[in-house]
Design a binder for this molecule. Structure first.
Ligand code: NOJ
Ligand code: CA
Length: 540
């Protein structure tokens, strides 16, 4: 028996959807907070820390997959879409989490994984039982080529062929990710019908929307044709042409239209965020009758011109006057951005400036747990690595464990207070100096900076219309105005001085000054002013 649905709250606000301009916080469930000291994060752990998240000033959380799963890809291999992984808790724990989040006015997004299931999912287990099983057509089971090779030359995102031989039948099944993640065949209408039930299930339990995993991949090109071979630009050797379109089939849009019709039955309408990073493809998905958002990922090297270009590309990817990008720098698949930006003191200084740059822009912002603590990528010892990307690549790829190490909560405690048991990924020595409780007490900490910046953004929401104007600035410096706010970031390794007027609202560096019409920005720093006068700028 399923549990009774959690009652959704009526829409308290006006016509502006709650998520426009919202700040989201991604929770990697396995690594956030451990309530029962087994070394693994869980739902009650999250519930117990929702006040911490509220204290950051964010509007919503996104929970990575918490369903029953053999954890071959840490939850992105789902064995049951209607339940909670016992390691993480129960459906009642999910309900409690949602209820507490509602009390705190935090929205909850659930991660939906429609492209593939776990190989342990009963549908796939049934499909394996033989070619005549009704579930066989829920997946891509295909004969190999006459020479015994896989049906085509498509590759898995985790390296190697996207096909695994089913030894019982001699056919191959498709897996665009790990072999334990067989791709569902969305051309079979039973698959979309089943997912409509799944979409309703978590909304009825109080979820406020979904982040949709690999959102553009559900349908593969029907002919399963080989990618044409082209010459590698460096070596001249033949390689499959990655531009040859195998996903993004027009039929996927009908699926999102049908989900939108379901969502429209809820008040306020829940939100759909597609995992689509390529800006050139987003306009076909971010539409009133499909998805609300996709990700605007900024991971350019630390250079003013590259950051401006990256921001502009994403701004122009969003169609229509009201759509605006959902800025993000980090998630559970990427090297942590403090490390990408140079690491250590330098990386943290740049990360603060980058935060001001993105928080000032029109649009939404997605944070990844631990960035508010300035956490860096961890070099997880090879023997402890868990990521299939590392394993399937035979160790050629470092994998993504380094950004998934559990959060440090308490200074001076074993495993920095995450758990009394050994955490599922080991935590580096010294991380407890970055613990939440240590940073909460320190006015100059990254955590306090995040809290201040997000609170300030919230307080400015009334004076931030959607228009953005880049201001003249010396090379290596970006300045823009967004309504009543001026944002300036110095990417250079030396201080700059600009003719700028305005009250300094926040800066990343205590030596930043706005005085007598001049703004001084130390190296790798940024500031918000409440207005800017003068267009001529000079460096010192
Ligand atoms: C994207 C997810 O973010 C990633 O963690 C996962 O490995 C793949 N999709 C496959 O589900
Ligand atoms: Ca636990």
């Amino acid at each position: 028996m399923r549990q009774k649905a959690v009652k959704r709250r009526p829409d308290e606000s006006s016509t502006r959807p709650w998520w426009r301009g919202a700040v989201f916080y991604e929770i990697y469930v396995r690594s956030f907070a451990d309530s029962n000291d087994d070394g693994i994060g869980d739902l009650p752990g999250i519930t117990s820390r929702l006040e911490y998240i509220k204290g950051l000033g964010v509007d919503a959380i996104w929970l990575t997959p918490f369903y029953p799963s053999p954890q071959k890809d840490h939850g992105y291999d789902v064995a049951d879409y209607f339940d909670v992984n016992p390691e993480y808790g129960t459906l009642e724990d999910f309900d409690k989490l949602v209820t507490r989040a509602q009390d705190l006015h935090l929205k909850v997004l659930v991660d939906l994984v429609p492209n593939h299931t776990s190989d342990r999912h009963p549908w796939f287990q049934a499909a394996l039982s033989g070619p005549d099983d009704p579930h066989r057509t829920w997946y891509y089971f295909v004969d190999g080529k006459p020479d015994g090779s896989p049906p085509n030359n498509w590759e898995s995102a985790f390296s190697g062929p996207a096909w695994m031989k089913d030894s019982r039948s001699g056919q191959w099944y498709m897996h665009l990710f790990a072999p334990e993640q067989p791709d569902l065949n969305w051309w079979n209408p039973e698959v979309p019908a089943e997912f409509e039930k799944i979409v309703k299930f978590w909304l009825d339990r109080g979820a406020d929307g979904y982040r949709i995993d690999v959102a553009s991949a559900l349908f593969k090109r029907k002919d399963l044709a080989d990618r044409p071979m082209i010459a590698n630009q460096l070596t001249g050797l033949p390689i499959p042409d990655s531009k040859f379109k195998i996903i993004d089939q027009p039929e996927v849009h009908e699926v999102y239209r049908s989900w939108r019709r379901i969502l429209n039955g809820y008040k306020p309408p829940p939100v759909l965020v597609g995992e689509i990073f390529d800006p050139s493809r987003q306009a076909r998905y971010i539409l009133p009758d499909q998805l609300d958002m996709a990700f605007a990922l900024v991971r350019a090297p630390w250079s003013a011109s590259l950051w401006r270009r990256s921001i502009e590309v994403d701004r122009h990817a969003s169609p229509g006057p009201v759509a605006a990008p959902s800025w993000t720098q980090s998630n559970h698949d990427l090297v942590r951005h403090v490390t990408r930006l140079g690491g250590g003191f330098l990386g943290r200084a740049r990360a603060r400036a980058a935060l001001l740059l993105l928080l000032g822009l029109p649009g939404q912002v997605f944070l990844y747990q631990g960035e508010e603590l300035g956490l860096e990528e961890v070099d997880v010892p090879p023997k402890d690595r868990q990521d299939p990307f590392y394993k399937v690549s035979g160790g050629k790829e470092a994998g993504r464990d380094g950004c998934r190490v559990p959060l440090p909560w308490h200074k001076g405690q074993p495993n920095a207070g995450f758990s009394k048991a050994a955490p599922w990924l080991p935590m580096p020595a010294g991380w407890d100096s970055l613990a939440v409780d240590a940073q909460a007490e320190s006015a100059g900490s990254m955590l306090v900076f995040y809290q201040r910046a997000i609170a300030l953004r919230r307080s400015l929401s009334g004076v931030l219309p959607g228009r953005l104007r880049w201001c003249p600035a010396p090379e290596g410096v970006l300045v823009y105005q967004h309504g009543g706010l001026t944002v300036a970031v110095n990417f250079l390794a030396r201080a700059v001085e600009l003719p700028a007027r305005g009250r300094m609202l926040i800066s990343t560096d205590p030596l930043a000054r706005s005085r007598n019409g001049r703004l001084t920005l130390p190296a790798n720093s940024g500031a918000w002013l409440d207005r800017l006068a003068g267009v001529r700028v000079s460096t010192t």
